[in-house]
Write a new protein. Structure first.
Length: 448
């Protein structure tokens, strides 16, 4: 499970900001037991929502996690000498040197707490570190400053002797994992469990859902199919078949997927089976409609999300979804959140982190105060992150556990809402009103 993710000097983040999934001590919290997972001495949240105005930086936090994961996993095998590191420093403050972007993740593996991070510019890795906490104290596994790497030869033997092989634009952890280091491979395997999905470009995950349904022996096939049936999407069944087309050209509606038993990419066709009725309303058969051609954007989005959602619940994975509520009915979003919050439906402690504008979710019956996060830009355009559990109102008080979170958020009492100009003034000037009135009178005379 994830404890914390921190980012600084990256896109809209200037100062280091930390997004935490560590449960706060909230007296009087009604959801104290059900929404908190206990792993050893750690109390962690299974779900967290991030709110904020458009352009407040919510998607940049999502992008930061994607960048962190990519560099940790793939900077050594995929970036070549001289390749640019894909980091974008904060650009809204004048300075000669934009400095390095900062990333750090705190997470659990087999009950042990790890803290891994790095600082990078587009041309090189400036620093890197890895710590593990076995008891009450942290142990350093390695630290790096530029190309000077210091390895704990007792606790991180796998890194000893590999310092000189590390390129300036590659992470040391990525290299050690590439060379089969045991601890490094465990950490990268953990990062593989973090699935970052864009809610506006989620069709790519339809391939995973389709592969679950296509493979008769897939362990999640029955649950994925039943989830789709229970979403009230008007179809009664789903049929997934291998596409008949032998052409290399893309065909509308086909989904390309690599199956475990296949030597090459397989193209799958997904059809939704709908009932057909006669003029009297009597059912007379079924019709198959292509998912990619006939289904709505919302149906296609749900098809793409259900596979990863079931996978996360069954395996204890982490889903980080940008714009999760886009194209989804609020009741569907609400029920998906409830699945992750409950220890009954989420016994493996999967985590759901999502960006949203859906204020209907802001209720103490669904989310604790520490599960509600906000992104707000300051006067220079830098993003700040804070949770409702720590936010103090104008009178210095914290939000009450039984408050109407939705109303108070819409009223602007928690910040993180847009400060809108007077749109009406653009269309309600006296000159324009007089001109429109004159035009209407002229039209009436002409019509008469």
């Amino acid at each position: 499970m994830i404890l914390e993710f921190s980012v600084g000097n990256f896109r809209s983040f200037e100062e280091i900001q930390t997004f935490s999934l560590v449960a706060a001590d909230l007296p009087g919290e009604e959801l104290a037991e059900t929404h908190v997972a206990r792993i050893g001495n750690h109390r962690l949240l299974r779900c967290a929502a991030l709110y904020g105005a458009n352009a407040s930086g919510k998607s940049n936090l999502h992008m930061a996690m994607m960048t962190f994961s990519f560099l940790a996993r793939d900077s050594s095998p995929r970036l070549q000498e001289g390749d640019t590191i894909p980091v974008v420093p904060f650009a809204l403050r004048s300075r000669k040197d934009f400095g390095a972007s900062y990333f750090e993740l705190v997470f659990l593996i087999e009950g042990r707490k790890y803290r891994y991070g790095f600082e990078a510019t587009p041309t090189k890795i400036e620093s890197e570190w890895l710590f593990v906490q076995k008891s009450s104290r942290e142990t350093t596994l390695f630290t790096r400053k530029g190309q000077e790497i210091s390895v704990n030869k007792k606790e991180f033997r796998e890194g000893d002797g590999k310092e000189e092989a590390t390129r300036s634009n590659a992470l040391f952890l990525s290299l050690v994992a590439q060379l089969n280091g045991k601890i490094a491979k465990k950490i990268l395997a953990k990062l593989q469990t973090i699935k970052a999905i864009s809610g506006l470009r989620d069709h790519g995950y339809a391939a995973y859902t389709a592969s679950c349904l296509f493979q008769k022996e897939h362990p999640h096939r029955a649950k994925v199919l039943e989830m789709l049936r229970r979403l009230d999407l008007s179809f009664e069944d789903v049929r997934v078949t291998e596409a008949a087309s032998a052409s290399d050209e893309d065909v509308e509606g086909e989904i390309k997927v690599s199956l475990p038993s296949a030597q090459k990419t397989t193209e799958l066709e997904v059809e939704l089976l709908h009932p057909v009725y006669d003029q009297k309303g009597k059912r007379i058969g079924d019709i198959s409609l292509d998912l990619g051609v006939s289904a709505s954007e919302g149906t296609r989005k749900l098809f793409g999300l259900i596979g990863p959602l079931v996978d996360a619940l069954e395996k204890g994975l982490i889903l980080w979804i940008d714009e999760m509520d886009a194209r989804l009915h609020p009741l569907i979003t609400r029920n998906l959140v409830a699945l992750f919050n409950s220890p009954v439906t989420n016994p493996c402690n999967g985590q759901l982190i999502f960006n949203t504008h859906d204020s209907n979710l802001l209720t103490p019956r669904l989310l604790r105060r520490d599960q509600i996060w906000f992104a707000e830009k300051d006067r220079v355009g830098a993003t700040n992150l804070y949770s409702l559990a720590e936010f103090r109102q104008d009178d210095g008080t914290l939000a009450r556990p039984n408050a109407n979170f939705e109303d108070q958020y819409i009223q602007g009492r928690y910040g993180a809402v847009p400060f809108l100009g007077d749109f009406a003034a653009l269309f309600a000037s006296e000159e324009k009103q007089e001109s429109c009135a004159s035009d209407c009178e002229q039209e009436a005379v002409t019509s008469g």
